[in-house]
Design a binder for this molecule. Structure first.
Ligand SMILES: [Zn+2]
Length: 471
C-alpha cells in the first residue's frame, strides 16, 4: 500500500507533516536513515507508516517499558498488528507473542535493547530495524545506555535496513549513532531543533522570590491551560508545587521526581495526560512518554545547564502545533550552583563536557540574537530568525509588566522576607500536599501569614494593571 493511503486509512490524515515523507521514502528505498526531529515533530509516524508498507516485521528498539506500552496501545487502537515483549509479561505470554511474530502475524514488535539477547532473531522475517531515542547510544547524551551500543551485534546474520530516530543529536552524538550501528552511507534528515510554534522567553531571575513572582504571573496568564514546570531538585519541586497549590487552590498542582514510588509517578503522569492535573512541577525525570498534545507552557524554574535536556523539555510544549510558550529563568548563581552539584563526582572527561555544555546553554540564554536560531545552531540545524523569541520581538508585555512589579514596593517588602522563603521545607509528600488546608499554611516555615499577605498585595497590584497580555 502507498504511504499516503496508509496514512489516510489508519490515521485519518490526508497529508504528511513537513519532512515526514522524505524520511519514509528513504526507508522504503532500503537505505539506512537517521532522522533528527524535534520532540513532538511526528517521529513515530516516520517508521510506523513504512512498517505497514513493508512485507515483513519491523522491530522497534525502545528505551522504556512505559514508552513501548503507550505506542503499542495507540497502534492497536488503530487496528494495527503491533505488540511488545518485555519483563512485565509472563513467560507464556512472551512465547505467544514471539510465535505471532514468527508466523508473520505482526507488523511491529517493540523491544528493549536488553531483550534482544533472548529473541531468536534468525527465525523472523525482518523488513526494518528502528532505534528510537537513538541518542541513548552516545555517551555524550544524558540518557546513555551501554546496552544500546551492542544492538548491532545481534543482527550480524539477519540485518535489515536501519532507521535511527532521535530528537537531539549534536555532531558528536550523530557520529556515535552512525558508528555503533555501522550505518552504511545513511541518509540524514534534520529539522530545526525548535518547532515554529514555540516561543522562547528568557527571564532574568536573580532571586527565588522573583522566580516565584514570575511563575505566579505566568500561571495567571495561562489560567485555563496545562503546563510543566521543571525544577532542579526534588526538594525544589515539592516546594514550588506547595506554594503554587496554595496560591491557585482551584487548579490541580502535583509534583514528580525520581524519589516518588513508581505507582505515585504513574498516577501523576496519567492524571496530567488525562487533564485532571493541570500543572506538574518536575525534575528532568518527567520526560519520555509524556505525550500530551496541549501542554501550552513549559517553565524552567531553575536555570538549565544541558542543551540536550533543555531542548527535549521545551519540546513537550505545543505538540498539537498550536502557539505555546517556553519560559526560562536565568541567573548566573543558579547556573553555577547546578553545575557544581552535577559535576561533584563526575570523571574529568564528563566534567569538562558538562561544563562546556552549560557554557553553551548560557550563551543561548544570554544572546541578544535570536535564541531559537542559536539553539538550532548547536544541533547543526539551520533556521531563520523566529520573530517569536524574547530577542526577536520587542520586550514582551509580560516582561514589561514583570519589570514594573520588580521595581514596585511590593517586591521590596517581599524581598525583605525572602530569607524566610529560603528556609528549607521539611520533606512534603504528595499525600500531605493533598491534605494541607490553606489555614494550616501558616505553620509551614517560610510560608507564614506574612507571605500570604504579601502575595495578596502583589496580586492586587498586578491585577490593577490594565495591560492585556497576549498569550
Ligand atoms: Zn528569535
Amino acid at each position: 500500500m502507498e504511504p499516503k493511503t496508509i496514512l489516510q486509512k489508519y490515521w485519518g490524515y490526508s497529508s504528511f507533516r513537513e519532512g515526514q515523507r522524505e524520511i519514509i521514502d528513504s526507508i522504503l528505498s532500503k537505505r539506512d536513515t537517521v532522522a533528527i526531529l524535534p520532540t513532538g515533530g511526528g517521529k513515530s509516524l516516520c517508521f510506523q507508516v513504512p512498517a505497514l508498507s513493508l512485507p515483513g516485521l519491523t522491530i522497534v528498539i525502545s528505551p522504556l517499558i512505559s514508552l513501548m506500552q503507550d505506542q503499542v496501545q495507540a497502534l492497536q487502537k488503530r487496528n494495527i498488528a503491533a505488540t511488545f515483549i518485555n519483563s512485565s509479561l509472563s513467560t507464556e505470554e512472551q512465547n505467544q507473542r514471539l510465535k505471532a511474530a514468527q508466523n508473520n502475524e505482526l507488523k511491529l514488535l517493540y523491544l528493549s535493547p536488553e531483550r534482544l539477547a533472548t529473541i531468536p532473531l534468525e527465525s523472523l522475517t525482518l523488513s526494518l530495524l528502528v532505534i528510537d531515542e537513538a541518542h541513548c547510544i552516545s555517551i555524550w547524551g544524558n540518557d546513555f545506555r551501554p546496552s544500546y551500543t551492542k544492538i548491532i551485534s545481534y543482527f550480524t546474520k539477519n540485518r535489515p535496513p536501519i532507521l535511527a530516530v532521535t530528537a537531539t543529536a549534536t555532531t558528536r552524538i550523530l557520529k556515535d549513532i552512525t558508528g555503533h550501528l555501522t550505518l552504511q552511507d545513511p541518509a540524514v534528515f534534520t529539522q530545526a531543533a525548535v518547532r515554529k510554534n514555540l516561543s522562547l522567553q528568557i527571564m532574568n531571575t536573580p532571586t527565588q522570590v522573583i522566580k516565584l513572582l514570575f511563575v505566579f504571573e505566568i500561571l495567571k496568564i495561562h489560567s485555563n491551560q496545562d503546563g510543566i514546570i521543571y525544577a532542579a531538585t526534588r526538594k525544589q519541586c515539592e516546594y514550588v508545587a506547595l506554594v503554587l497549590s496554595r496560591l491557585f487552590p482551584d487548579r490541580s498542582v502535583s509534583f514528580y521526581h525520581g524519589g516518588l514510588a513508581p505507582e505515585e509517578r504513574k498516577s501523576v503522569q496519567d492524571a496530567f495526560i488525562a487533564g485532571s492535573c493541570n500543572i506538574v512541577v518536575a525534575t528532568n525525570a518527567f520526560g519520555m512518554g509524556v505525550d500530551k498534545p496541549d501542554v501550552r507552557f513549559v517553565v524552567h524554574f531553575d536555570t538549565p545547564i544541558s542543551v540536550e535536556d533543555y531542548s527535549q523539555e521545551i519540546g513537550r510544549a505545543g505538540r498539537d502545533q498550536k502557539q505555546s510558550w517556553c519560559y526560562t529563568f536565568y541567573s548566573e548563581k543558579d547556573l553555577s550552583n547546578r553545575l557544581s552539584f552535577v559535576t561533584k563526582n563526575a570523571s574529568a572527561q564528563k566534567k569538562a563536557y558538562t561544563e562546556r555544555n552549560a557554557q553553551i546553554m548560557q550563551s543561548i540564554l544570554l544572546t541578544k540574537n535570536c535564541k531559537t536560531q542559536q539553539l538550532a545552531h548547536y544541533f547543526t540545524t539551520k533556521t531563520h530568525h523566529c520573530y517569536n523569541c524574547s530577542s526577536c520581538i520587542p520586550k514582551q508585555k509580560l516582561q514589561k509588566r514583570l519589570d514594573r512589579a520588580i521595581n514596585s514596593d511590593v517586591l521590596r517588602s517581599l524581598q525583605a522576607i525572602s530569607s524566610k522563603l529560603h528556609t528549607p521545607l521539611p520533606p512534603v509528600s504528595a499525600r500531605i500536599l493533598s491534605v494541607i488546608q490553606p489555614h494550616q499554611l501558616q505553620y509551614i516555615p517560610g510560608l507564614g501569614i506574612g507571605f500570604q499577605k504579601k502575595q495578596r498585595e502583589i496580586a492586587l497590584s498586578i491585577s490593577s494593571d490594565s495591560d492585556k497580555i497576549q498569550a
